[in-house]
Design a protein around this ligand. Structure first.
Ligand code: UN1
Length: 508
């Protein structure tokens, strides 16, 4: 392991990137601080959106909706197309911001912006495919059909770990579907949000669309609650912890609003005796260690057949020993920092709990580079062998800890895989087709994502993204997720000149 840090003027790079994205730097002063997990330094101060201005943002988005919903969908798609072009042009600039605030290595920061560009492409196509159905009417001279209409204001509440990509899944589709957007990003990644928002503002202006169709609010929990509780916000799409979802879900439901929740994951991979262990190794390391274990899709559990567990864990411990941990701007780095001290403390507590519950730490867990950067939290990713799926293994700790469990019978592996409260992503590594099919079947993995011979993270935007149980049940991104951003109407048109009633009812 060779921790590395290089000295660059991070704050200056961030200011340059913000400016390139179109952010007015003179607005950057105020009561909030934007900190970088790379060094712990304050990058800039900036103003918070007051509660009154959160309400104004909702007012504006609500007003703009009345115009936007009548703009033909393919014309709305043109705004998203332009946004995608600007994101392509400023991919590096936005990636600098994502890296500075979320701590991602360069390739992953660029990948995050690529994910935005991809969803823009998808949403542009979707803007010409907001298909309804027609179905045969049981009555003569009648047409029966379903049509899809814009829903209203969409409130997007996003998490620090994907500062801009998950927001863009929601926003690109919402705009194409005729909705307007009020976005509250995580307070830890506000500069990335400002960059993405400024690029969208340029796209909106370039296309002559109403300026108020998208609103950015830099607010705390209270500002978020204003969005959650406002009856004009037709859909609240929230990404974050189970605790957050438990609060938002009932509040939105109490006013009969819609919510789309993407909450915690506790993602596992099953490794069967026939698995290609070298392939599995690469898939596991990327999913368990990538983004320093701070993806919703991070692999947190390994369910390994007892016949291969020793070989696999030996290989894993060896691979973990070669990981470069340090400044994510260094091209050799694979593991950047945790986002803050809270994450580090949670990781240490989880490791203590795991040991109290019978676990053995096989590698990792220590803090590194603390002397160079007392305000930054770099850690060695940990692997912990557990005797059973104890309480700590059931928890999502947002840090790079991989718990290793063993199984004997295949059915036991599926039971362990499903035996946690969360249901986001899952994987199996096997060359046995029957096992793969059983894993994918209705009696197999209970997650929203189930993969074969690939890790739990790194999904493409084309498929629906989300999960079951305490993950919240929402589906974002590709496939037919667009329907969450629209309302459905069923229309019956009578051209018969008579008035026959359905179900053969006679009246008058
Ligand atoms: C998240 O962590 O909230 O599948 C999103 C992945 C990414 C998205 C993760 N495409 O890992």
């Amino acid at each position: 392991m060779s921790p590395t840090l290089q000295d660059t003027t991070l704050a200056a790079d961030v200011r340059r990137a913000l400016q390139a994205c179109g952010v007015d730097l003179t607005t950057l002063s105020g009561e909030l601080e934007a900190r970088s997990p790379l060094t712990g330094e304050v990058l800039t101060s900036l103003p918070a959106t007051s509660d009154a201005d959160v309400t104004v943002a909702i007012d504006n988005a609500h007003e703009a909706f009345k115009t936007w919903r009548e703009v033909p969908a393919p014309v709305r798609g043109a705004v998203v197309k332009r946004w995608g072009e600007l994101l392509t042009e400023h991919k590096e600039d936005l990636a600098v911001l994502v890296q500075a605030e979320a701590g991602k290595i360069t390739s992953e920061a660029l990948g995050e912006v690529q994910e935005m560009i991809d969803i823009c492409d998808f949403a542009v196509g979707q803007s010409r495919m907001l298909y309804g159905k027609t179905m045969p009417s049981e009555r003569p001279g009648h047409r029966l059909m379903e049509t899809w209409h814009p829903l209203g204001v969409v409130g997007v509440i996003s998490a620090f770990n994907f500062p801009v990509a998950v927001y863009s899944w929601n926003t690109a589709l919402a705009l194409a579907c005729g909705d307007t957007v009020v976005w509250k990003p995580s307070g830890m990644v506000v500069l990335s949000a400002m960059g993405a928002h400024a690029l969208l503002a340029r796209a909106v202006a370039d296309c002559g669309a109403p300026a108020d169709i998208h609103q950015l609010v830099i607010a705390d929990r209270q500002g978020g609650q204003l969005i959650v509780d406002d009856p004009r916000v037709a859909l609240v799409s929230a990404t974050g912890s189970g605790r957050m979802g438990r609060e938002i879900g009932p509040r939105v439901a109490a006013r009969f609003g819609r919510s789309l929740l993407e909450l915690g994951g506790n993602n596992a991979a099953i490794i069967t005796p026939s698995a290609d262990l070298d392939l599995a190794l690469r898939g596991i390391v990327f999913s368990a260690v990538g983004t320093a274990g701070q993806r919703c899709t991070t692999m947190r559990r390994l369910i390994v057949h007892e016949s291969v567990v020793e070989t696999l864990t030996d290989k894993l411990v060896q691979a973990y020993g070669t990981l470069n941990i340090g400044d994510p701007r260094d091209p050799a780095t694979l593991v950047g920092p945790l986002v803050n001290k809270g994450s580090y403390d949670a990781m240490q507590q989880a490791l203590r709990d795991a040991q109290d519950q019978g676990g053995t730490v096989l590698t990792g867990g220590n803090r590194v580079l603390a002397e160079e950067h007392p305000g930054a939290f770099y850690v060695e990713p940990a692997i912990v062998r557990m005797p059973a799926q104890t309480a700590i293994v059931q928890d999502e700790t947002f840090a790079p800890i991989l718990y290793v469990l063993t199984y004997t019978e295949f059915a036991e592996a599926i039971e362990l895989q499903n035996g946690v409260p969360q249901g986001l992503s899952s994987a199996i590594f096997t060359n046995d087709q029957l096992e793969a099919e059983r894993f994918l079947s209705s009696a197999g993995s209970d997650c929203g994502i189930a993969n074969v011979n690939i890790g739990t993270s790194g999904a493409e935007i084309g498929g629906a993204f989300g999960g079951e149980k305490e993950t919240g049940g929402g589906r974002e991104s590709g496939s037919d997720s667009w329907k969450a951003y629209m309302r459905q109407a069923t229309n019956t048109v009578n051209y018969s000149g008579e008035l026959p009633l359905a179900q053969g009812v006679k009246f008058l």
